[in-house]
Ligand binder design. Structure first.
Ligand code: SF4
Ligand SMILES: [Zn+2]
Length: 337
């Protein structure tokens, strides 16, 4: 539940849900590999252009530029057409389908009911269909409606952090941890699964605070989520994060921080991570020399859940340790680009 036009084009959101190399890719859909009940299976990700996230239209999150990808005039028929065009190209033989709308699939203002029903019916035989939603749309009434068309839904919620001060003060997310827990309970009560997106390194945190927040958040979200997706913050056009980054007041997380979080929380939850934009200035990065290997090991870990995937070593780990220790003295301003 985050990014923006350029970011979405440059950093498509397969990151939000895991996956691995070997993709066929076009602008609105791509294939990949994901975990389903401990097995690695083929997945299809579909981007649907809608009128955009209702929260972004009113206010918006500090790191999210998805609204730039929206079409204020998108009609129900347009949304259905997009889905059927993708299915005509890729088929329906995938084990997992991920529907990303850059907002909330369950928001009837964004995805009209007839489009929602048609899309879910078309994917009724797919073993897992992942849709994203803010918690306010995960209600008993809406879920009763959608399970009539598809019983294999996973609801992915952009919790970002279990800390309400960070979620609302740094991210401007506009809901509480309690809202997430309520939504998760409703989804589980209808037999659906839940994924929680956590954001590694919201703005205004030091690298160490970000690391600790992601660990604590996994600990607190895990009892309410079947899967945790660790999303590494990237710099999207038109966002507050971009404005801070341009002033050198924000640096995306180090890949080493992500590795450290994944190693330390793997006993708590099934946790996946796909470092969108990994190794670029706008994405999570290390020194430039080790980035490619670390990104690939993070993706490998997401599929295996085995931390022996992490073998990379690089001299910049000394620098990263220094950042963890000393960034508090710069009041969170990055010490290293
Ligand atoms: S809730 Fe926030 S992160 Fe999610 S799509 Fe809306 S503005 Fe973006
Ligand atoms: Zn390095």
């Amino acid at each position: 539940m985050r990014t923006g036009r350029t970011s979405r084009r440059r950093y498509p959101r397969q990151a939000a849900s895991g996956t691995n190399g070997h993709r066929t890719h076009d602008r609105f859909a791509w294939t990949g590999l994901d975990l389903l009940n401990g097995e690695i299976v083929p997945s299809l990700t579909i981007l649907l252009t809608t009128k955009g996230c209702s929260w972004a239209r009113r206010d918006g999150c500090t790191m999210c530029g998805y609204i730039a990808d929206s079409n204020p005039d998108a009609q129900s028929s347009d949304i259905q057409k997009q889905l059927f065009e993708v299915l005509a190209r890729y088929g329906t033989g995938f084990k997992i389908a991920k529907l990303f709308t850059s907002g909330s699939f369950l928001d009837q203002e964004e995805v009209p009911i007839d489009a929602r029903d048609a899309i879910l019916s078309a994917l009724a035989d797919t073993p897992k269909v992942i849709v994203e939603s803010r918690p306010e749309f995960v209600t008993s009434e809406i879920l009763d409606d959608v399970v009539r068309f598809n019983r294999h839904l996973e609801v992915a919620i952009g919790l970002e952090t279990s800390n309400d001060d960070i979620r609302n003060g740094c991210i401007n997310k506009g809901f509480t941890f309690r809202d997430f827990v309520r939504a998760s309970k409703v989804a589980h009560s209808k037999g659906l699964t839940v994924k929680a997106y956590l954001l590694l390194k919201p703005p205004f945190l030091t690298e160490l605070e970000a690391l600790e927040d992601a660990i604590q958040s996994t600990h607190e979200a895990a009892p309410h989520a079947d899967t945790i997706s660790l999303n590494l913050c990237n710099v999207q056009k038109g966002t507050l994060v971009e404005a801070l980054w341009k002033k050198r007041l924000y640096r995306p997380p180090w890949l080493w921080t992500a590795v450290e979080v994944l190693k330390r929380v793997k006993q708590m939850a099934t946790i996946i991570c796909d470092p969108v934009g990994g190794g670029t200035a706008r994405g999570p990065h290390n020194c430039g020399k080790c980035d490619r290997q670390v990104v690939s090991e993070i993706k490998e870990f997401s599929l295996s859940q085995d931390s022996t995937s992490f073998t990379a070593a690089c001299t910049d780990q000394l620098l990263w340790n220094y950042v963890l220790e000393f960034e508090k003295f710069s009041y969170g301003a990055p010490l290293v680009p």
